[in-house]
Design a protein around this ligand. Sequence first.
Ligand code: AP5
Length: 289
Amino acid sequence: MISVTEGGPDVRYTRSMGPKNTNDRVAWLQGPSGQCEDASGNGLPAPGQSPWRLVLLGAPGVGKGTQADLLNQRLGACHLSTGDVFRAAGSRSDCEPSPALQEALAYMRRGALVPDSTVWEMVRERIACLRCDGGFILDGFPRTLGQAESLNQLLDTEGITLSAVLSYELTASEIAARLGGRRTCEKCKAVYHITERPPKVEGRCDRCDGDLFQREDDRPDSIKVRLETYERSTAPLIEFYKKLGLLVQIAATGTPDEIFERTVGEMESRRIQVHAHKLWNAGENRREG
Ligand code: AP5
């Protein structure tokens, strides 16, 4: 049985204490042939501490990727997005996309879900990322009840415990505004917004100077399909994880930093991590340092 891990005097969860946080995600983006820059993918937790293992839920455009990035920077676990894997595979020039990948990209362009069997095959190939001692932040997976059940079984078999499932919530009109202005770095996948989170130089990534692009599925017709699909297929996961006692619901209003602070507060109030404020402070210190 998976359950929220309670904090306490012998608190088990803390920020990754590795010397650096590369989050290059090579093993996740490329699959079994890829090797992350450091052995754990993003640095190891302090001795005696367990890594963070989180699932992010929420409608397309609610800000899961943005929060996953902040959680990665401040808690250390690796940001694993299934959408990023498909997009990375689709943009590789060194090999012909397989028929399954071509089919997956066609689903994505329309805003529909990629079939469970294709997604599951891709996740299973990357099991090493779920086993990674650095922990993980799953973004965009699971997305159907079938995927959630498969993930549960896999984690049970592997003896891996989820820390929590964070569910972000926002109105449809605010979501549409976020998606319409999104720009993504083609190299490091950093996410910007043309008015809310603009890059310092228009069209260039602040972190790696890569080109920023607008995703194909951020067109109005695809956005509509994605939001309908979310309501039909993914929203039922809220109840699924609530029953498992893992769900933490978070209002996704305000700035990304405000939402992050709210996330930490909610986790703390659920005693998922009693040292959450210490983590927050440590993250702030690291950012300033
Ligand atoms: P995926 O890549 O997972 O996309 P998504 O779930 O649709 O989510 P998004 O990446 O669009 O949004 P987000 O919530 O991460 O928001 P973000 O942080 O970018 O999936 C794409 C497709 O792949 C799917 O449609 C499907 O076809 C396929 N797929 C993937 N996984 C699958 C699976 N498991 N099963 C089946 N199919 C699968 O933020 C959005 C914008 O808002 C940005 O511009 C950001 O800068 C801005 N923003 C963020 N926070 C704030 C804030 N607080 N205030 C103002 N602006 C903000």
